[in-house]
Structure formats: structure tokens, C-alpha cells
Design a protein around this ligand. Structure first.
Ligand code: NDP
Length: 444
């Protein structure tokens, strides 16, 4: 379906349909694998898999599969979690901000209430700790004890949500005055006409129910905050089962909690990111936000929580890892802020070198943005190293994150380069000549 507002998509990402199907099957299998090799009955050591230990955990018949994937308590717990967060998103106070200008020249209104949401969650946790006897929180233990089932619940839920938003993308929008309909804005990447590919990549740009934005909510709430709770559940389990918590597990919890709340508290930053401005909301983001993020990013904490992987780092190594995190965060935060401030005209007095483009915007080629085209990605990647280093060097599994994230950032950089080349033409080439390195200065 092609229109002036929503032209057909002719290019394909992820190698088109085969890639989309491969990712749809492969990534859920991978997070299920993580749960099977990082649990109390079996933890991967080195690189040699104990297939017997894995097979023992896999259901033998249809009935066992159904009770694993559709465990009533896990579904009830997850649906409560998801919809209570939805309710809080509606009722908690926040500031209203406009998103970027869309193709029909409108701007969506977003409610930014990350501060209230974080405050609410932390207050609830503190209240539960006060109420508890011996700091035992059944909710956290429930998460720890049901990692495999909850991994499958979030996967199936994200699959269903992607179906829902795909179907929703065909429902005409009713104009506020009740007359006629308004065309939905589709993603420039998700209007191929192939249902599986469009479902995967995301057909509609900003699926909403009324003023509630499904994409922004999923990006920063149910998955990101669940990641924080999974990590906490690892500390909780170690403390209650073994009477102590290792410094490596505390460190990973602190480093990742900082990242989670930095994201939630600065959620307005997301409004100008590719995920919100360009990508449609389909299985890729739904699964990525709700299942992939909490279950793959928590891998290090889950690994460290097991008695055979209990690692004590000592002060010097902790200090080294904190230094890697601080340097990474500094590059990540200050470069993103510099670009954002520059684009808003807040740095005009500094006369930073830049290239004026045919669209009127300017490409900064000074400061952080003179060092490489995506210096912010380097900072983010260093943060990832700080999350993997606390796990020691017993198995490459716990370094999965830096390998995956490095690949994701290179893929993201190539996508962004293609977008900018098409958008800015000659001026992008001029920019590339001035800033030749893509992510790591003098390396790549
Ligand atoms: P960028 O913040 O690098 O933004 C790219 C866009 O900025 C371009 O499309 C272009 O948009 C504009 N731009 C590019 N170069 C310049 C320049 N020199 N001067 C001014 N504007 C420029 O990319 P992302 O949105 O991908 O990433 C944002 C942050 O999110 C990064 O720090 C990244 O590491 C992080 N991230 C984290 C993920 C995670 O899972 N933890 C996943 C993905 C990203 P325009 O069309 O406006 O010119």
C-alpha cells in the first residue's frame, strides 16, 4: 500500500525475509539457551557445553512444554507487572514534550514521567524491605526461581504485542472531531507489503492507544526495569541462600542500575533517537525491549549469582572496572549532550566547526564529533566492557554482551550512514572527509 505520506519500502534490512525469520527464531532460542546454561542445576564453565545437563531441562512432551511456556502464575505475575506499569504511566505526573516533526508536519505529544516512575518503584521496594522479615521479598525470589519460564512468557508476550500493533496499523485513525479518518504514519522501513517482514521490522512508526505511546513505554519501562529487578533478585538469592553477597555481584548491580535509571530519568533523550524517529514498532523492538534486553543484559548477574561462579574481585580490580565505566559513561553522556546542545543552538557562542546541510541542519565536526562519526557508540561499548569484566575470565559466555553490542553498533552505524548519505548527499561526503573514523578514532 503506497501513498504520498507512506511510500512503499523497497529496501530490506537484515537480508530481508530470511533474516527476519532467522532473527525471530534465533534470538528467542538464544535467550532460552542463556537460561538453560546459567541456572542452579547447570552453569556453563569454559566453552564446552554439557549437552546432557541441558537436555535434562528441556520438556519431553507437549504437556510439559505447555506447562513451561504457559505457567499460570508466571503469566499472572508478568501481566500484572506490565499493566500496573501502564496504569502508572497514565496516572503519574510528568512533563509534556513534543517529539520530532513527522512527515505530515505534526508533532506527537509525549508524557515524560521517568522520575515519578523510578521514585514509585524505589519507594515500593523500600517499603517492601521494611515490611519483610529478614529482608526476604517473595517477589524477587519468584523472579530468580522462574527465569526460564519468565523468559518464555516475555517472548510470547512480545510476539503477541507485535501482532497487535501490526493489525492496529491497518485501522484508520479517527479524527478528533469524529469526522472521516486520518492515515497512520508508517515507518519508512516497514511498508513493504510483505506481512511477515513488516510485522518483524514494524509497520507503524508510532503505534498509540489514544495518547499512550506503546513504543516509548516499551523502550523504557517493562523490560528495562525488569532487568533491574532480575539483577536485584540475584543479590537477593545469593544473600538468602549463602548468607553473603560477593563484591562482583554488588558491583554489576550498581553499574547496571546506574545505566537503567540514567536511561529512565533522561527519557526525553530518546525522543530524538532512531528507535523513536525512524524505526517502526514491530517484533524487532517489541522482543528487543521486553524479552531480549532484560534476559540477555542480566546474564552477567545471573552467572555471578551461582555458587560455582562466585567471584571476589578485590578493591584494585573493582577500582579498575569502575574507571572503565566512568570513562565510558563520560564519553557516552558528554558526546550525546554536545550533539543535542549543538542542534538546539545552545553552543552557538563557541563557534564550533560544522557543515551546513541542504536541509538547513548542521553537522558538527568539532569537539567529540570531530573525533569520530559515532564517538557516543564507543562510550556505550566501554560501558559494556565494565559490565563483563566483573565476571572474570572463566567463560566467553559472559562476554557475549560486548560482542553482540559491538556488532549492533556497527550495524547501527552502517544504517545511519546510509540514511545520512541519502539525506545530505554531498555534504555528508564533505563530513566524511573531515571526520573519517566511524566509531573508534584511528582504528575504525
Ligand atoms: P546518534 O546519536 O549518533 O545519532 C545519529 C543521528 O544524529 C544521525 O542520523 C543524524 O541525524 C545526526 N547526526 C549524525 N552525525 C551528526 C553530527 N556530526 N552533527 C550533528 N548531528 C549528527 O545515534 P543513535 O540514535 O543510534 O544513538 C544514540 C545513543 O544511544 C548512542 O549513545 C548509542 O550508543 C545509544 N544506544 C544504545 C543502545 C543500547 O541498547 N544500549 C542501542 C542503540 C543506541 P539527523 O537526520 O538529525 O541529521
Amino acid at each position: 500500500m503506497s501513498s504520498k505520506l507512506n511510500p512503499s519500502t523497497h529496501h530490506r534490512e537484515f537480508s530481508g525475509l530470511p533474516g527476519a525469520i532467522g532473527i525471530t527464531i534465533g534470538l528467542p532460542v538464544l535467550i532460552t539457551f542463556f537460561a538453560l546454561v546459567t541456572n542452579e542445576s547447570y552453569s556453563l564453565q569454559g566453552i564446552n557445553l554439557d549437552f546432557n545437563a541441558i537436555i535434562k531441562q528441556i520438556p519431553k512432551n507437549q504437556q510439559e512444554w505447555i506447562s513451561l511456556v504457559f505457567d499460570k502464575t508466571c503469566w499472572a505475575a508478568y501481566l500484572t507487572w506490565f499493566f500496573v506499569l501502564v496504569l502508572l504511566d497514565f496516572v503519574l505526573p510528568g512533563v509534556h514534550m513534543k517529539g520530532v516533526k513527522l512527515r505530515d508536519n505534526t508533532q506527537l505529544d509525549y508524557k515524560i514521567n521517568g522520575l515519578a516512575m523510578s521514585g514509585c518503584l524505589i519507594a515500593l521496594l523500600i517499603a517492601r524491605v521494611y515490611q519483610s522479615s529478614d529482608y526476604f521479598l517473595p517477589e524477587l525470589q519468584f523472579i530468580y526461581d522462574n527465569q526460564l519460564k519468565l523468559t518464555l512468557v516475555t517472548t510470547v508476550f512480545s510476539f503477541a504485542l507485535a501482532v497487535f500493533v501490526y493489525v492496529l496499523s491497518f485501522v484508520p485513525l479517527v479524527k478528533p472531531n469524529g469526522l472521516g479518518t486520518r492515515e497512520r504514519i508508517l515507518s519508512v522501513n516497514g511498508n513493504t507489503g510483505n506481512p511477515i517482514y513488516d510485522w518483524f521490522i514494524g509497520r507503524e512508526l508510532n503505534p498509540r492507544i489514544g495518547s499512550w505511546d506503546i513504543k516509548l513505554f516499551c523502550e523504557l519501562r517493562p523490560g528495562l526495569l525488569l532487568w533491574f529487578l532480575i539483577n536485584l533478585s540475584c543479590v537477593h538469592n545469593q544473600y538468602h541462600k549463602f548468607g553473603k553477597v560477593t563484591d562482583s555481584l554488588i558491583l554489576i548491580n550498581l553499574l547496571q542500575a546506574f545505566y537503567v535509571f540514567d536511561g529512565v530519568l533522561n527519557e526525553e533523550g530518546l525522543l530524538t533517537m532512531i528507535d523513536i524517529t525512524t524505526d517502526g514498532f514491530g517484533f524487532m523492538l517489541s522482543f528487543g525491549d521486553l524479552a531480549w534486553l532484560p534476559w540477555s543484559y542480566s546474564l552477567q548477574a545471573r552467572y555471578l549469582s551461582l555458587p560455582e561462579n562466585s567471584i571476589t574481585l578485590g578493591r584494585a580490580y573493582v577500582a579498575f572496572i569502575v574507571a572503565v565505566m566512568v570513562i565510558g559513561y563520560y564519553i557516552f553522556h558528554s558526546s550525546n549532550k554536545q550533539k543535542s546542545d549543538f542542534r538546539q543552538g545552545k553552543l552557538d557562542h563557541l563557534n564550533l566547526a560544522s557543515i551546513k546541510t541542504k536541509t538547513g541542519s548542521r553537522l558538527l565536526c568539532d569537539g567529540w564529533w570531530g573525533a569520530s562519526q559515532h564517538i557516543n557508540y564507543l562510550g556505550d561499548w566501554l560501558i559494556g566492557w565494565a559490565w563483563c569484566l566483573p565476571t572474570g575470565f572463566q567463560t566467553p559466555l559472559t562476554y557475549f554482551y560486548v560482542i553482540y553490542f559491538g556488532t549492533l553498533l556497527i550495524h547501527r552505524q552502517t544504517r545511519d550512514e546510509a540514511k545520512c548519505r541519502a539525506k545530505y548527499g554531498k555534504q555528508w561526503e564533505e563530513y566524511e572527509a573531515k571526520v573519517p573514523y566511524k566509531i573508534i578514532p584511528y582504528v575504525y
